[in-house]
Ligand binder design. Structure first.
Ligand code: FES
Ligand code: FES
Length: 209
């Protein structure tokens, strides 16, 4: 991507970041997904599927899954939360990072059933309505992405890092983000973005924490 077209690039990045944040579990009930409040009837069990209950971005979800389904597959293919990306599918690159009970995990590398009765947070869960999370804003403002493919995973790793270290040192940022690869080598600006988001949160406590 050319560096000189910064304005259009910023707009498209903003759209991208908003785009990855809008595939929420919402209006339409997807096949196989049952909102917890509708669970009066016993669910059919067939073809070896297992009933899984968990919370995703603050919403209770019940869904039938094959035991071999990974958490990444569940999020993307059954819950339509496609902001979580799969690249290596082997627990090596971090593009599939989500939070499981507030800890960053590679969602391609754990089974959906391992998330039973736990809370999952994805990139879509960081939005407040249409408003971007301070981390998402910081990645745009600090140019913390190039192609953007690794960005949802980077932001989720940063989110977990800031929960643990609200004012991280550069060393803590490097350590906290070490599990997330960026093929575009946007690392210097990724570090700047995380630090800028931490500063924003310090300046506006309660804003998007
Ligand atoms: S896609 Fe999960 S770690 Fe690479
Ligand atoms: S911005 Fe392209 S892979 Fe990280």
């Amino acid at each position: 991507m050319k560096k000189e077209d910064s304005e259009p690039k910023n707009i498209s990045r903003r759209k991208f970041l908003k785009g990855v944040g809008t595939g929420v579990i919402g209006g339409a009930v997807l096949p196989g997904v049952i909102a917890a409040e509708e669970k009066k009837e016993p669910l059919p069990r067939h073809q070896g599927k297992v009933l899984l209950s968990l919370k995703v971005n603050g919403k209770a979800v019940r869904v039938l899954v094959e035991p071999r389904t990974t958490l990444a597959q569940l999020l993307r293919e059954q819950l339509n939360l496609t902001g979580t990306k799969i690249t290596c599918n082997h627990g090596e690159c971090g593009t599939c990072t989500v939070l499981l009970d507030k800890k960053a995990v590679y969602s391609c590398h754990i089974l959906a059933l391992d998330a039973a009765d736990k809370e999952v947070t994805t990139i879509e869960g960081l939005l407040t309505g249409e408003k971007l999370h301070p981390l998402q804003e910081a990645f745009i403002e600090q140019d913390g992405l190039q192609c953007g493919f690794c960005t949802p995973g980077q932001i989720m790793a940063a989110y977990a890092l800031l929960l643990k270290h609200p004012k991280p040192t550069t060393e803590q940022v490097l350590e906290g983000m070490a599990g997330n690869l960026c093929r575009c080598s946007a690392y210097p600006n990724i570090v700047k973005s995380v630090k800028a988001a931490a500063e924003k949160a310090t300046a506006n406590p309660g804003n998007g924490g």
